[in-house]
Design a protein around this ligand. Structure first.
Ligand SMILES: Cc1cc2nc3c(=O)[nH]c(=O)nc-3n(C[C@H](O)[C@H](O)[C@H](O)COP(=O)(O)O)c2cc1C
Length: 146
């Protein structure tokens, strides 16, 4: 059975709701899913499949709850070359830095050798009011390329 690890970066809970939804969908599809809302580096080390669901905060920054993880990742000498990952972002197009956390996550994981499975989803909360459905529609692009 394929195992998928999901982690969330969220300040106000929106990304966590989306992660809860894709957790349910993937579990129903027969995947073994682990979900971390306060992930540590040790939670993702050695994982073969990772989905990061993150909003963007500050001026194009990662939410505070995953900043320590990505700071630790940057300093880590761990090899993530056996990891395949996908990213779902929530952000607002009112900001010049729309969904910049997605770019930060992509760069950080690729720098450690991980492989991006498919194009990241960037949900614009200004005009998209069904984040769960958008994430669910993105999932096949991820799972069909594992
Ligand atoms: C203080 C603040 C700063 C934000 N900065 C950005 C930003 O730089 N880029 C962006 O795309 N969205 C930005 N947003 C929008 C959030 O990413 C968006 O509201 C998202 O849905 C929040 O998700 P969350 O509930 O998981 O934190 C910001 C929102 C707030 C409140």
């Amino acid at each position: 059975m394929t195992s998928i690890c999901i982690i969330t970066g969220s300040t106000l809970g929106g990304a966590e709701y989306v992660a809860d939804h894709i957790n349910e969908v993937l579990t129903d599809q027969g995947f073994e899913v682990e979900l971390f809302n306060q992930a540590q580096l040790s939670d993702i080390e050695g994982k073969s499949h990772l989905i990061v669901v993150t909003s963007t905060h500050g001026a194009g920054e990662l939410p505070e709850n995953i900043q320590p993880l990505f700071a630790d990742l940057a300093e880590s000498s761990a090899d993530f070359s056996s990891m395949k990952f996908g990213v779902i972002g929530l952000g607002s197009s009112d900001y010049d830095t729309f969904c910049n956390a997605v770019n930060l996550v992509e760069d950080a994981l690729k720098a450690k050798g991980a492989t991006q499975v498919c194009e990241s989803l960037r949900i614009d909360v200004v005009n998209n009011f069904d984040h769960d459905s958008s994430a669910e529609e993105w999932l096949p692009a991820f799972v069909e390329n594992l």
